[in-house]
Design a protein around this ligand. Structure first.
Ligand SMILES: Nc1nc2c(ncn2[C@@H]2O[C@H](COP(=O)(O)OP(=O)(O)OP(=O)(O)O)[C@@H](O)[C@H]2O)c(=O)[nH]1
Ligand SMILES: [Mg+2]
Length: 361
């Protein structure tokens, strides 16, 4: 019986050698599904053995952000600049050997920032301190990938995270699956699929689905279908950071900016660009400040309600946590209001820095 590692290597090899076309799609789907199952098995087997102190950090605050990057790019320097933590900084690689948390307060939100050990090639296999890195990333709401002038290393980091089943800036697949006791596999789709029904079914079969009603709500690739059927995928937002801009010539900086227009450019040591970074983190995490205003009074700008994600009047009612009876309606001032003081219901979507008055029965 070949070992799991051998089976993984063999399946990867088969995938590499098989050209992708309509005729092989079905086979490739089966192989991708098999590979995913083998990797999950390996992860499961080694996680029991290898856990220990320093491997994961307890989540605290309103959101968790993890710093990822090759050794010596300046992750610890940045943690120290943004929080009151003191992570060791040194000009040699692998200074940081375990994940170190700090708290960053911004606009009234407390954001946990975690400095991870340097990620390197094959981190997903536990090389370097890879396993710790992956375990903290899995708990993150956002990861900051930090690079210095060696920007060519970005694909290496992305590949490691991908192999560790972390999906960057992807929404979870849109699909519903209802298991059944008979009837076989019934595949319906809201959009036209490029994959054949046969290929789709082969992936489901590899995941041991025999009878199920499936509704696909987006256009799937084989990889994304395998992701949808694997339980260990983690979908995380990412912000790219380019550090040590103080060491770059104008022309180099210009070139890198052109290559990565969405990156945030900083110098952790000289504290350049840190306001843009704090703001970027706030925006990407979808944080909002909602100022409450009692009827006839001034808004409370001192202590806003801090909310994240989909924020409607309903979340505000939940957020104030006091029982006031039933909401009759609400009034809104600010970016989400059609006009100042618009009357709205529970479903009204709010925006950062809106002012809200709630009327209860
Ligand atoms: N010039 C310059 N040097 C920096 C900057 N940020 C960090 N450094 C230096 O780069 C070296 C490595 O910084 P660290 O913060 O220890 O790097 P790290 O990414 O935490 O490294 P590991 O813990 O080994 O993964 C130190 O000598 C820092 O002083 C920067 O913005 N500009
Ligand atoms: Mg460090």
């Amino acid at each position: 019986m070949p070992t799991i590692d051998e089976q993984i290597a063999e399946t990867e090899d088969l995938l590499k050698r098989t050209k992708r076309n309509k005729a092989t799609e079905h086979y490739i789907g089966t192989m991708l599904a098999r590979l995913s199952k083998l990797r999950a098995l390996k992860e499961h087997k080694s996680s029991g053995r290898k856990s220990g102190p320093g491997y994961s950090v307890k989540k605290r605050g309103d959101a968790t952000v993890v710093l990822i990057g090759f050794p010596s790019v300046g992750k610890s320097t940045l943690l120290n600049a943004l929080t009151s933590a003191k992570s060791k900084v040194a000009p040699y690689d692998f200074t940081t050997i375990k994940a170190i948390p700090g708290m960053m307060n911004y606009n009234g939100a407390s954001i946990q920032l975690i400095d991870a050990p340097g990620i390197i090639r094959e981190a997903a296999l536990g090389k370097g301190r890879g396993r710790e890195v992956i375990s903290v990333v899995r708990n993150a709401d956002l990861i900051l990938i930090m690079l210095d002038d060696k920007v060519k290393r970005l694909p290496v980091i992305k590949k490691e995270l991908y192999n560790a089943n972390i999906r960057l800036d992807e929404a979870p697949p849109r699909i519903t699956i209802k298991k059944d006791v008979k009837g076989g596999l019934i595949i319906d789709s809201l959009v036209k699929q490029d994959l054949s029904v046969d290929s789709i079914k082969s992936v489901f079969r590899e995941f041991s689905y025999v009878n199920a009603k499936v509704l696909l709500k987006e256009k799937f690739t084989l990889e994304r279908l395998v992701d949808a059927l694997s339980r260990n995928r983690k979908y995380v937002k990412v912000l790219l950071l380019i550090n040590k801009i103080d060491l770059m010539s104008k022309s180099l900086l210009h070139r890198i900016k052109k290559q990565f227009p969405n990156a945030v450019f900083i110098s952790a040591e000289k504290e350049l660009g840190l306001d843009e970074l704090r703001d970027g983190i706030w925006v990407v995490l979808g944080f909002m400040r909602i100022y409450m205003k009692k009827s006839g009074a001034e808004p409370d700008y001192e202590e806003p309600l801090i909310l994240r994600g989909k924020v409607t009047v309903r979340e505000v009612v939940k957020g104030i946590r006091k029982s006031h009876g039933n909401l009759i309606n609400a009034q809104v001032w600010g970016k989400s209001a059609k006009f100042p003081g618009q009357k709205v219901g529970l479903k009204h979507k709010l925006m950062d820095e809106d002012v809200v008055t709630l009327y209860f029965k």
